[in-house]
Design a protein around this ligand. Structure first.
Ligand code: GDP
Ligand code: IMO
Ligand code: MG
Length: 428
């Protein structure tokens, strides 16, 4: 049985939990391989709504073993908060496995995230303020603190002291903040060690052994392709690899074991934070998408920027990730629009460009070239087969499929777990 990757095709919040949910009981392990508690997944099951940040949304599927692998940055306080909240609601979280190699987000990473953003002023990235960037920076700079360091104070303390030596200079002299004491950081981290110990594992080994034993492993990407630190709209990105390649480096499972790559794509586009977004709308159509799609951030509550579907972005995602299937979400949000524009190419300085331009400044002033499709007014939230969709909704989906570079295998028609139309088996 295979390893399957689910990633976001746009700028996040595509409804990745919906795709995970669709695979449901056929999954044995679900792995978060990148990012941290910058992610926000809302999953609606029956009359229950769950908002998860650090834990993979697959944790809600009974019987599944959730794994946080080496590519993740972990805020331990948030981890325990989420585990306690789920336990209180009757979710069994006892099988969670956490990589000994995952890096830790500490107090000083959160502080640095906030002060550097403030310092950037108008040029800020609009981060979630969770300490993600500074924690990954320390990892790459080889001064990060890993989960395994919590179990040996003689290693932990000098590492924290070393990291703080430089950071306190920055905080005090540049940012005019108070210095952070190593003692308080070490004491805070050690206070979690014993609770964490039973969860800690060599998750790369666990996952490879599971695959050898014929289990199905699902890799659930946080963020999305256009927020990927290598392939996204740098520097307006997150600090990890949110694309399918990140599933391999972020977990210790080799790329040739990944058999399917499922990209979740919204029937329109949203983005939180700063950075280029060619199809962004600043008019009543944008308001329509925001209010009908409830486009406010799960993590920070910020209104999401909204715009039309961008086919070159979908094609780019299909290419970068090796997408085998798209799950198109939130088609129901478009109900009631007379005409639905779709960006099919860009105008860059008078030249028609078919693909996402490699130059960031070209992408910044790329003007979308739209093709318009007729809308529908019928309520589609009850549709469960493709044939039950109105003709114009089917036409819209087929048009997107043709320009997006992979088949559209499932279509979200409402927030509920059941509100989905399946066209092709995602594992078939
Ligand atoms: P994620 O970050 O990709 O996990 O997505 P979020 O949870 O941040 O945002 C997706 C939102 O869309 C959630 O509130 C979902 O409940 C909702 N959602 C998912 N699929 C659909 C759909 O097909 N229709 C509608 N109306 N809402 C959906
Ligand atoms: P999910 O998993 C949407 C954005 C932030 C900011 C940029 C960098 O719910 O799709 P960071 O805190 O990561 O350093 O912020 O990335 N961002 C997201 N936008 N959905 C997310 O996650 C995001 N995670 C980070 O808004 O622009
Ligand atoms: Mg989200």
């Amino acid at each position: 049985m295979p390893a399957i990757v689910i990633i976001g095709a746009q700028w996040g919040d595509e409804g990745k939990g919906k795709a995970t949910d669709l695979l449901g009981s056929r999954i044995d392990y679900v792995v978060k391989f990148n990012g941290g508690n910058n992610a926000g997944h809302t999953v609606v099951i029956g009359n229950q709504k769950y908002a998860l940040h650090l834990l993979p949304s697959g944790i809600l599927t009974e019987g599944v073993i959730p794994v946080i692998s080496n590519g993740v940055v972990i805020d331990i306080e948030v981890l325990f908060h989420e585990l306690e909240a789920l336990t209180a609601r009757g979710v069994d979280v006892s099988r969670l496995r956490v990589s000994a190699n995952a890096h830790i987000i500490t107090h000083y990473h959160r502080t640095l995230d906030k002060v550097t953003e403030r310092f950037l002023g108008k040029k800020q990235i609009g981060t979630t303020g969770r300490g993600i960037g500074p924690a990954y920076a320390d990892k790459i700079n080889r001064v990060g603190i890993r989960i395994q360091d919590l179990f040996d104070e003689n290693i932990l303390r000098p590492k924290v002291e070393g990291a703080l030596e430089q950071k306190n200079h920055l905080l005090v002299k540049i940012y005019n903040r108070r210095a952070i004491g190593a003692d308080e950081v070490v004491a805070d981290l050690l206070s979690y060690a014993e609770r964490l110990r039973p969860m800690v594992a060599d998750t790369g080994l666990v996952l490879n052994q599971a695959l050898d034993a014929g289990k199905t492993v699902l890799f659930e990407g946080g963020q999305a392709t256009m927020l990927d630190v290598d392939h996204g709209t740098y520097p307006f990105v997150t600090s990890s690899n949110a694309t399918s390649g990140g599933a391999a480096t972020g977990s210790g499972v080799a790329p040739n074991r990944m058999e399917r790559v499922i990209a979740v794509v919204k029937a329109y586009t949203t983005r939180v934070g700063s950075g280029p977004f060619p199809t962004e709308l600043h008019d009543e159509s944008g308001e329509f998408l925001r209010s009908h799609g409830f486009e406010w951030g799960t993590t920070t509550g910020r209104p999401r920027r909204c715009g039309w579907y961008d086919a070159p972005v979908a094609r780019y995602s299909a290419r970068i990730n090796g997408v085998t299937d798209f799950v198109l979400t939130k088609l129901d949000v478009l109900t009631g629009l007379d005409r639905i524009p779709v960006c099919v190419a860009y105008d860059v300085d008078g030249v028609r460009v078919e693909e996402v331009p490699v130059s960031q400044s070209d992408f910044h002033h790329a003007v979308p070239i739209y093709e318009e499709f007729p809308g529908w007014t019928e309520d589609i939230t009850g549709a469960r087969t493709f044939d039950e969709l109105p003709e114009n909704a089917r036409g819209y989906v087929l048009a997107l499929e043709k320009m997006s570079g992979a088949r559209i295998s499932a279509i979200g028609v409402g927030p509920d777990r059941e509100a989905i139309v399946v066209r092709h088996d995602l594992l078939g």
